[in-house]
Design a protein around this ligand. Structure first.
Ligand SMILES: Nc1ncnc2c1ncn2[C@@H]1O[C@H](COP(=O)(O)OP(=O)(O)OP(=O)(O)O)[C@@H](O)[C@H]1O
Ligand SMILES: [Mg+2]
Length: 252
């Protein structure tokens, strides 16, 4: 496999604290790769390191086989890789219209066909053009997250970094947004790296996953391994027990 994204022996420290300790992952083109682990285990730090937002002190990140400068990402990188954050309230400016929010990334990247892209993105996230001139403070949490996803998609990236993209949403809205992400991935042949504390979500959305603990990857599994309970770490078993509703369907 030639990885589209790989992290090799990645280390991130905040002062003396080692938030990522020698972490390696390989993500195949078109794959959806999950990151799970208890709170504070380093999932967001890893995703942010790939996006150029964590202070990497050691290791390598490659994109399409080419090493990235670990400290600096150029615009071309963000054209290929977009990130969606957990909190749809914090990530969108409340006093801007949807139109303005969608224009912004197009302006940053100097994309010309704004009209077509805005309509396509709104359609793709299931909102439609009637939402175009609404303000983000007039939207529900689920609608905001759809706009955050539209803002990422409008650049037509190849890779999406998704940090708990639905955990702030009600269960029914969560399912809708996950289905939307899955549909978009198929339609656009995207690659996802997705953090979730919900193992049910990860087995539904991802082919393979890495289990993180204290800044390290402690286990690598396929979703079918996880569903079948083929895992070696007690820590992973405990995560399954803690992930509400998951254990019901699975023999641990
Ligand atoms: N900017 C920062 N400065 C100092 N410490 C940080 C910073 N960002 C993260 N950390 C620490 O690094 C560790 C990993 O944090 P991270 O956000 O990656 O965890 P996580 O696995 O995403 O957890 P959660 O499931 O709660 O989101 C935590 O102990 C956190 O306190
Ligand atoms: Mg996190």
């Amino acid at each position: 496999m030639t990885a589209i994204v790989s992290a090799e022996n990645l280390t991130v420290s905040f002062d003396d604290f080692l938030a990522l300790d020698n972490v390696s992952i390989d993500v195949a083109p078109g794959e959806s790769f999950g990151l799970v682990g208890e709170s504070g285990s380093g999932k967001s730090t890893l995703l942010r390191a790939i996006a150029g937002l964590s202070p990497v002190t050691d290791g390598r990140i490659t994109l399409d086989g080419k090493p990235l400068d670990v400290k600096y990402r150029d615009k071309a990188f963000y054209r290929q890789v977009q990130m969606v954050f957990q909190d749809p309230y914090g990530s969108l400016h409340p006093r801007q219209t949807v139109d303005r929010l969608l224009q912004e990334p197009l302006a940053i990247h100097g994309v010309a066909d704004a009209e077509r892209r805005i309509l396509r993105a709104l359609d793709e996230v299931g909102l439609g053009s009637s939402f175009r001139f609404r303000y983000s403070h007039q939207l529900s949490g689920g609608q905001r997250q759809r706009i955050a996803i539209a803002r990422a998609l409008i650049i037509e990236p190849q890779i999406m970094l998704l940090d708990e993209p639905t955990s702030a949403l009600d269960a029914s809205v969560q399912a809708e947004v996950l289905n939307l992400l899955e549909q978009v991935r198929r339609d656009r042949k995207l690659t996802y790296i997705m953090v979730s504390h919900d193992l049910g979500v990860v087995t539904h959305m991802c082919e393979r996953l890495a289990v993180m603990k204290n800044g390290k990857v402690v286990e690598r599994l396929s979703s079918s391994d996880l569903v079948a309970g083929r895992l070696s770490e007690d820590y992973t078993k405990n995560l399954m027990v803690a992930s509400k509703g998951f254990v019901r369907d699975v023999a641990v």
